[in-house]
Design a protein around this ligand. Structure first.
Ligand SMILES: [Zn+2]
Length: 342
């Protein structure tokens, strides 16, 4: 008791005199040494020894407990500063409002500050602002992809609104790329949207060179095979999905990084009229939402390097029975599109 009272007295005296903390700890250290010394030097039963604990081992245990607490706190603060160093983007990279906006991404170990920075620096081209394009564009904008190009030559029709959730009733008749831009800017003013009101064809092929990654949400085989060719030639990864009625499929085509291209997996282009389009066969409203969200997810993964992308795997989703299948797909040496190039 005497030692504890003396220690508290020393600390209070130091506090009143404004003595720096290390000095105060030093004084208490000297007091501790004195207590240990008294307990070792004086015989058992000596009144002074009784007043200072009676046993030097008590004071060794106190010191040990103190060391454990101090060590634990030091470790905790070191871990905290390390997490902060890794995950908080530098002020020059993000405004305070952006850090607040992307906080849930920054918390993820696989994305963090550096991943969010990569998203901001990324340039992604989305072909088609329809059923698949709608969730793709909204999620890429929400995720903070810095530059998003969208190419489509259609206008919004009433029959689109059953599933193309990026458009709105009052925008029927507007160009789809313009309608999409309005929704994306309303969602996130920090991303740059580049609308291209045209079809992707041989003439507009140069666009691909300006982007790091292409997402194909087009609804016809001509465009799909053309995008694949252009991406293979430019060495850009392609995330492509297709849907009809209740079923959809999705993969990442990236022959520049050991994966197959679209033509490796689908070498024979279906004869015109053999595969019905959504306009002919119908499509369930949330289906493009499921596949389009998965496309956006793959894009976020490819850009940030998180997890394992669907490269070399084809995902098939059967909504009617809530079943998914994954099929391994390989590059073909005799592929007419990527075989000769690589
Ligand atoms: Zn190929």
């Amino acid at each position: 008791m005497l030692v504890v009272v003396l220690a508290l007295g020393l600390w209070l005296l130091g506090w009143v005199l404004g003595t720096p903390k290390p000095l105060r700890w030093g004084a208490i250290g000297v007091l501790w040494l004195a207590a240990v010394g008294v307990n070792l030097a004086l015989p058992e039963g000596h009144p002074l020894r009784e007043m200072t604990g009676g046993d030097a081992r008590v004071w060794l245990a106190v010191a040990l407990g103190f060391a454990v607490v101090v060590g634990y706190r030091a470790m905790l603060s070191r871990l905290k500063s390390r997490v902060a160093a890794v995950n908080v983007p530098t002020p020059s990279a993000f405004s305070e409002a952006e850090v607040a906006r992307y906080a849930r991404h920054i918390l993820l170990r696989e994305i963090g500050g550096p991943g969010q920075r990569r998203l901001k620096d990324a340039r992604v081209l989305v072909v088609g602002a329809g059923g698949l394009g709608a969730p793709v564009l909204l999620y890429l904008a929400a995720a903070g992809v810095g530059e998003i190009g969208v190419i489509d030559d259609d206008t919004v029709e009433t029959s689109n609104l059953q599933r193309q959730i990026i458009h709105a009733d009052q925008r029927v008749g507007m160009d789809k790329v313009e309608s999409a831009e309005i929704a994306m800017r309303a969602m996130n003013p920090y991303v740059q949207v580049k609308p291209y009101k045209r079809r992707l064809d041989a003439e507009t092929a140069g666009l691909i060179a300006e982007y790091d990654l292409v997402l194909d949400g087009s609804d016809n085989f001509d465009t799909r095979y053309l995008i694949n060719q252009l991406c293979v030639a430019a060495g850009k990864p392609l995330i492509a999905a297709a849907i009809t009625q209740w079923e959809g499929q999705l993969s990442v085509y990236d022959p520049a990084r050991e994966g197959p291209c679209y033509a490796c997996v689908f070498p024979v282009r279906p004869a015109p009229g053999t595969v019905p389009t959504c306009a002919e066969a119908g499509v369930a409203a949330p289906l493009p939402g499921v596949l389009g969200s998965m496309m956006a997810m793959e894009a976020v993964k490819l850009i940030t390097g998180a997890g394992a992308p669907l490269r070399g795997r084809l995902l098939i989703y059967d909504a009617l029975y809530a079943e998914t299948r994954l099929i391994g797909v390989k590059r073909r040496a005799d592929c007419t599109v990527c075989g000769a190039v690589h």
